[in-house]
Design a protein around this ligand. Structure first.
Ligand code: GDP
Length: 483
């Protein structure tokens, strides 16, 4: 249940949000996804295309010439870091390197001046929509189920996951340290820190490219934000017995208290102060990385996405459900980096992500939110071409692989344009979950391309960043609010 202080705080926040809304409608758009899903690139490309009048034919207000202008404004929350748009866009456009990824929550306020689509409303003064973009790590959403779990349950689940054969090598150093811990011995800070570092290292190793696993709470161990090293993050699961009370001051009692502190000073404030105020949400998914890592990573991504989407339809009686005074009414699930594939595979990529989130999306619909799934590239770093190989035409993508990237024995220097045949995604998404399904781990060739060179008009003006279906995403997320 929410405390009185929680409720008073929410009422104040909502009044503050709506004060802007009486005179000028405000929409709080959450942008999330697991680390490296493409949040920073997405927000940067979205803002850049709106500020510079980009080519967005499927974003109707823009295509019909009704957008009069967009600009950045001071954000409403002084205590939240600002999304560093200017640094990010400079790196992409001028240096042709990708910006630094999301590590914590940040925010950016944008206003869009527009002319109404209806002839009647056009007689009134022009409209303005304020969009507050809230960027936050998807890992933080994976913490919601912890609210209802005590330390023994959390520990038991985490340790059995660490003992899975597929995680053996990543988990070995942590499990070794765990074996040496005396639960009833007096707590000491050095052992607590040692254990929590070993636990965090194991979680991070599971996220690395080779295994690409996703379901790894607690979220702040992967994405600590500004809490790195703080006591609330200095804990680890222990093989405690459910229902048993350990002596005060013992290792087990100490870490159990830290775990409870993590929930009350880290997890709950995020949901209360930020998540509960969102109106719309985009969830970015890097399915290609998981597909390339194999069936276990795909199944694991499915679990993570289901857990993430569960936050958007909490039961009314749950802690989060009782906290929400407004409802998220639209959720877009977007498969990112579609520019790594030829157009012929985009439909298959969208079908794969649809399959990954099917159950969760059906439930979100049930709770009143409109959901859509699409395949997108916020920044298109490649173009398409066909090469002929022994009489057969192969669809390829052409771009500049980043320095240090390799395909087989080819090494790239970051300067040379190259044609890559990325391989085929299966027509039937179910094959990805099947170890005998025929999609060999590592069989798809995904290299990191550098951001593109901006095209120039005949007059020498730079065009906006190219994209794939960013306009479709904008139409779904903002279109109806610009009527
Ligand atoms: P975040 O952790 O969710 O903020 O992820 P980023 O936005 O930093 O993206 C992580 C990496 O994915 C980037 O450094 C790029 O290499 C790649 N990436 C993200 N979006 C795109 C895209 O639209 N096209 C291409 N080609 N690569 C992308």
């Amino acid at each position: 249940m929410t405390s009185l202080a929680d409720e008073a705080r929410l009422v104040l926040d909502n009044v503050a949000d709506r004060t802007t809304s009486i005179f000028q409608p405000t929409l709080r758009l959450g942008v999330t996804g697991l680390s490296r899903a493409g949040k920073t690139v997405f927000i940067t490309a979205l803002v850049h295309n709106l500020l510079s009048g980009g080519r967005l034919p499927l974003f109707k207000a823009q295509a019909n010439g009704r957008i009069l202008g967009a600009d950045l404004r001071e954000q409403p929350d002084d205590a939240v870091p600002r999304f560093q748009y200017e640094d990010h866009i400079r790196r992409i456009v001028e240096e042709r390197v990708w910006p630094e990824s999301t590590r914590a929550i940040s925010e950016l306020r944008l206003t869009i001046a527009y002319e109404s689509a209806s002839a009647f409303r056009r007689m009134l003064p022009g409209g303005r929509l304020t969009v507050d973009i809230v960027d936050y790590p998807g890992e933080w959403l994976l913490d919601l189920p912890l609210i209802d779990k005590d330390f023994a349950t959390f520990s038991q689940e985490s340790i059995s996951r660490a003992r899975l054969p597929s995680r053996r090598s990543e988990a070995a150093p942590f499990l070794e340290k765990l074996d040496a811990v005396d639960l009833a011995a007096p707590a000491d800070e050095v052992t607590a820190r040692d254990l929590s570092v070993a636990f965090a290292d194991y979680l991070k190793a599971c996220r690395a490219d080779k295994s690409a696993l996703s379901t790894l709470p607690p979220g702040r161990f992967l994405m600590p934000g500004d809490l790195d090293g703080s006591p609330a993050l200095t804990f680890a699961p222990l093989p405690v017995e459910p229902g048993k009370t350990y002596p005060k001051g013992s290792m087990a009692a100490h870490l159990s208290r830290r775990y409870e502190a993590y929930k009350s000073v880290v997890v709950k404030p995020f949901f209360r102060n930020h998540f509960a105020r969102l109106d719309r949400q985009i969830l970015l998914v890097d399915a290609l990385q998981a597909i390339n890592a194999g069936p276990e990573a795909v199944a694991d991504l499915e679990t993570a996405l289901t857990d993430i989407l569960a936050c958007f339809r909490p039961g009314r009686a749950s802690w989060l459900g009782s906290l929400l005074t407004r409802r998220i009414d639209r959720i877009l699930v977007a498969a990112t980096k579609a520019d790594h594939l030829h157009r012929e595979s985009h439909r298959r990529l969208a079908a794969i992500v649809r399959r990954l989130v099917d159950d969760a999306v059906a439930r979100a619909k049930f709770s009143g939110a409109r959901t859509e799934v699409l395949a997108m590239a916020a920044v298109r770093a490649t173009r398409e071409a066909t090469v002929s190989d022994g009489g057969e035409d192969l669809p390829v993508i052409v771009g500049t692989p980043a320095a240090g990237e390799t395909i087989g024995d080819r090494h790239f220097d970051g300067k040379t344009e190259t044609a890559v045949f990325p391989g085929d995604l299966p027509e039937d998404p179910r094959r990805l979950f099947d170890p005998a399904g025929g999609v060999e781990p590592g069989s798809l060739r995904f290299v990191r391309f550098r951001p593109p060179v901006l095209q120039q008009t005949a007059e020498g003006l730079s065009l906006s960043l190219p994209h794939i279906r960013l306009d479709r995403a904008l139409e779904f997320l903002l279109g109806d609010r610009l009527q």
